[in-house]
Design a protein around this ligand. Structure first.
Ligand code: SF4
Length: 331
């Protein structure tokens, strides 16, 4: 997959910061006595992210998008493929150093923060792990600076996570991720557990931080409106594979893959006249189990356009021009 070259952002060394090639993440699942079969959660995913850019990763729950983010940070050992970060192949050996430049913000701000720790210690923990402060005063000053960056007051430092609302807890999680001054953050559904009114505030904050600090995001979500708002490019995942990837506006105005069309058709439209003209594509059946992947095109069991050849031929992700890649035999 080729991408135009730019050299912007904080890292400023490689034109591409995140380069994922043919990533595979299979989990062995026991079936019967002493027999396992692979659950293909991620199956041959490739994409690139430039410094200071946001790639949105969207798809139904269970499509493998969270697993992609976790595999990049080596929370799972990938089954196959390569991940180059700022031009460097990520391995078990160099991940401890590289982790300082790659962080993660988790979906659930209620369970991702240790209830026994104060806010100061939650945000200060990565500073301790990476030995970034010379003494307690320096650590305290840096924690306060980070709290201010995410819109929290200094007085909150001695409180515990359970004393905060969901939005405030997510701000604490973001401050923790920022503590090591990262170049790249995997944002795993960071607003889906929040009220709609709070979602907008947190998304705006992600955008402001990116503008100020030049951080690149892999922004994972199931909500297309959220993804379109924050992303420069969007990748659509289905059953462990990317089926379409394009610039956000291009994808919004010209979705091609039948699965992407169905996702867009489900987005609520405020104008009643336009909404009446918009034909909702309702997919038949459930998402097949990744344990028993259908042959041919993985989407053929639910695709309204499927033909005989879709049951046997595997579509490749092909460039349709302007960096718009689609994996479909017929469209
Ligand atoms: Fe649908 Fe066939 Fe295209 Fe797959 S290849 S998305 S089944 S039309």
């Amino acid at each position: 997959m080729s991408q135009e070259s730019v050299n912007t952002g904080k890292a400023g060394r490689s034109e591409v910061l995140v380069d994922v090639r043919n990533l595979k993440q299979y989990f062995p699942v026991k079936v019967g006595f002493a027999k396992t079969i692979p659950l293909k959660a991620v199956d041959g995913v490739s994409f690139q992210i430039k410094p200071g850019e946001t790639l949105g990763l969207v798809g139904e729950s269970g499509c493998g998008k969270t697993t992609v983010g976790r595999s990049l940070l080596r929370l799972y050992e990938p089954t196959g493929g390569e991940f180059y970060f700022d031009g460097q192949l990520v391995t078990d050996k160099n991940i401890p150093q590289l982790r300082k430049r790659m962080q993660m913000v988790f979906q659930d701000p209620y369970s991702s923060l240790d209830p026994r720790m104060t806010v100061e210690d939650i945000i200060g923990e990565p500073l301790d792990v990476h030995h970034l402060c010379a003494n307690r005063k320096e650590r305290r000053d840096r924690v306060i600076e980070l709290m201010r960056t995410v819109g929290l007051n200094e007085e909150h430092a001695t409180r515990y996570a359970h004393e905060f609302s969901g939005g405030q807890r997510q701000r604490i999680g973001i401050a923790r991720a920022l503590a090591v001054n990262p170049d790249f953050i995997v944002c795993d559904e960071p607003v889906s557990a929040l009220d709609v009114s709070i979602q907008a505030q947190v998304i705006n904050m992600f955008e402001e931080l990116q503008e100020k600090l030049g951080i690149a995001y892999l922004f994972i979500a199931h909500d297309l409106l959220v993804i379109h708002h924050i992303s420069r490019r969007i990748a659509v995942m289905y059953l462990g594979k990317i089926v379409e990837i394009a610039d956000a506006d291009e994808l919004n105005s010209h979705p091609i893959h039948p699965y992407t069309l169905s996702l867009f058709s489900a987005v609520p439209i405020p104008d009643p006249e336009t909404a009446r003209k918009n034909k909702r594509i309702i997919l038949q059946g459930d998402v097949p189990s990744p344990l028993h992947m259908p042959g041919g095109c993985p989407f053929h069991t639910r695709c309204p356009y499927a033909q005989e050849r879709c049951k046997t031929e595997v579509p490749e992700l092909k460039d349709r021009g302007n960096g718009h890649f689609v994996s479909c035999l017929l469209r």
